[in-house]
Design a protein around this ligand. Structure first.
Ligand SMILES: *[C@@H]1O[C@H](CO)[C@@H](O)[C@H](O)[C@H]1NC(C)=O
Ligand SMILES: *[C@@H]1O[C@H](CO)[C@@H](O)[C@H](O)[C@H]1NC(C)=O
Ligand SMILES: *[C@@H]1O[C@H](CO)[C@@H](O)[C@H](O)[C@H]1NC(C)=O
Ligand SMILES: *[C@@H]1O[C@H](CO)[C@@H](O)[C@H](O)[C@H]1NC(C)=O
Ligand SMILES: *[C@@H]1O[C@H](CO)[C@@H](O)[C@H](O)[C@H]1NC(C)=O
Length: 299
């Protein structure tokens, strides 16, 4: 005996299952339609600034109280941006086993941040400086944490200034020896990062000796010329992860979307980037558009 009511109720149930299914599909489509474009747009926006790069800071500013505050402010407000900070207490670590009280107070504040790698400045006079003197400077930095009994009074690598551009077998050996020396020093750990500064694209045989090389350190207009000549595209035996670029003397008019364009351009060239509008003493203060630059590095 058939029960029409049951049939009906069964059909109703089916119908409602189907309509629920359809409703679910519709809801799903609506959700996808709402979410996907915003994800795509966000991704495109991110990509539109090119690859992420680290902010490179030649911090040759004396750490009088508050003098490093503009740096600390952007470091703490941009935890997703990495900073490579070069300190230079006295044309190197200075003559004493520890730098003065302003440095010993301020350096640990920087090294306490996870997104900061501090490097110690050492000059090499294009490979002509007495290697014992260079090693002594490096050793002084490496001894800071033990000598001060403060693990945060430390650098995590060396910035070698005035490295050569022209190839010379003896100079390559000199630099390779220094790299081996740095990589063995626990006091420069954990990564014993090495940057060379020839200030321009060096002979490519030097590149492998450093973790990063400053291939550009000059004015905005020179950068535009070199970029126009595609000089950074075809550096033999390298890619942007090993390169650092410093652009100074950026005209005041390069702001807003023009500054955005410049940051994007330089990020494409190098993994470590510094851009400043200062045209004299460009490492002894923070330029007027310092925070704007860092914001664009975070974009
Ligand atoms: C920043 O540094 C951290 C730790 O070394 C690393 O995992 C991360 O990928 C870096 N981010 C950028 C944008 O360089
Ligand atoms: C720290 O810097 C201030 C301001 O330049 C200076 O007066 C002071 O003597 C310095 N302190 C040390 C210990 O060098
Ligand atoms: C380098 O310095 C060391 C230590 O001061 C000295 O013994 C050595 O003669 C110097 N070497 C050169 C080539 O000047
Ligand atoms: C720190 O360096 C000075 C000078 O070289 C030395 O006299 C002192 O013993 C060192 N202190 C420690 C704890 O290593
Ligand atoms: C770029 O260089 C880095 C570091 O030497 C290396 O790990 C990476 O594989 C290189 N990438 C390309 C595309 O060659």
């Amino acid at each position: 005996m058939s029960d029409p009511e049951k049939h009906v109720s069964k059909r109703t149930c089916l119908k409602s299952k189907r309509s629920r299914f359809i409703l679910a599909i519709v809801v799903l489509i609506v959700i996808i339609a709402a979410v996907v474009p915003s994800v795509v747009v966000t991704t495109l926006k991110k990509n539109s600034m090119g690859p992420k790069a680290k902010v490179f800071v030649p911090l040759y500013i004396y750490p009088a109280p508050e003098a490093w505050a503009p740096l600390e402010n952007v470091i703490s407000t941009h935890p997703n941006v990495n900073f490579t900070v070069v300190i230079n207490p006295g044309n190197g670590p200075g003559p004493d086993s520890l730098p003065d009280g302003n440095y010993t107070r301020e350096i640990p504040k920087l090294t306490a941040y996870d997104n900061v790698r501090v490097l110690g400045y050492v000059y090499t006079s294009y490979g002509k400086r007495n290697v014992s003197a260079v090693r002594k400077d490096i050793q002084t930095y490496a001894d800071w944490p033990t000598n001060s009994s403060n693990p945060n009074l430390a650098v995590r690598g060396i910035f070698f200034d005035e490295t050569p551009q022209q190839y010379d077998a003896q100079t390559l050996t000199y630099l390779q020896g220094l790299t081996a020396f740095v990589k063995d020093l626990e006091g420069l750990g954990p990564d014993q990062f090495i940057v060379h500064n020839p200030g321009a694209i060096p002979d490519s045989r030097y590149l492998a000796t450093a973790d990063s090389t400053v291939v550009f350190e000059a004015t905005y207009s020179t950068f535009q010329e070199r970029e126009g000549a595609k000089l950074f595209r075809n550096i033999a035996d390298s890619n942007r992860t090993q390169l650092c670029a410093i652009v100074h003397s950026v005209p005041e008019s390069v702001e807003g979307k023009h500054l955005r364009g410049l940051v994007k351009q330089v990020r494409k060239v190098a993994e470590e980037v510094y851009i400043t509008h200062l045209s004299t003493d460009y490492y002894s203060s923070f330029g007027a558009k310092w925070t704007e630059f860092v914001d664009l590095m975070a974009a």
